[in-house]
Design a protein around this ligand. Structure first.
Ligand code: RP5
Length: 185
């Protein structure tokens, strides 16, 4: 097993069903990762230490997911010069809006690259792209992944043109709007 290049962190084990999408896509792209639960609020010393030690341990990118008043990504960014990608997790009464704003509205000098609410899969892809900037093999795998998305879209379009809207929706069992689709849910 290769040494991890990406740390996938989350504020609580309740974030794991969302955050595993980052772990899974990193695995599919051949980028080794490690996973940990640590919290900006409940285990602040461990979170700060993780940030301080990450680069020295060979990590290249940190992904940090948290819900409600989400400060994990910001705290990590305060303690490392590695790129930090924040995933606002849908949780609590505000269903991710609070986490989105906490993650994206970082003060000057301490950037966090925020993805969509529950956008852990995109966080994993973005981490692979950052690593791919200096690693041609990872970059080639990301390029193949993205080419596959185009092939998939082309196939869907061809089927839609062949069937028309009503038959297509019946075949795909798509009865509601795109907003209810899986990726950011
Ligand atoms: C945040 O509080 C976590 O990231 C999680 O999204 C949310 C709820 O945590 P639990 O009460 O499920 O542990 O810190």
């Amino acid at each position: 097993m290769s040494d991890p290049l990406v740390g996938v962190l989350m504020g609580s084990d309740s974030d794991l069903p969302v955050m595993r999408q980052a772990i899974d896509v990193l695995e599919a792209l051949g980028v080794p990762s490690e996973v940990a639960v640590l919290s900006a609020h409940r285990s602040p010393d461990r979170a700060a230490a993780y940030g301080r030690e990450a680069a020295g341990r060979g990590l290249k990118v940190i992904i940090a997911g948290a819900g409600v008043a989400a400060h994990l990504a910001g705290v990590l960014a305060a303690h490392t010069a590695l790129p930090v990608i924040g995933v606002p997790v849908k949780a609590g009464p505000l269903q991710g809006l609070d986490a989105l704003l906490s993650t994206v509205q970082m003060p000057h000098g301490v950037p966090v690259a925020a993805v969509a609410v529950n956008g852990a899969k995109n966080a994993g892809i973005l981490a692979a792209q950052i690593i791919g900037a200096g690693d041609p093999e990872v970059r080639a795998r990301v390029e193949r992944y993205k080419a596959g998305l185009g092939t998939e879209a082309d196939a869907k379009n061809a089927r839609l043109q062949a069937l028309g809207i009503e038959k297509y929706l019946r075949e795909r069992s798509l009865t509601d709007s795109w907003k209810d689709a899986a990726p950011n849910d």
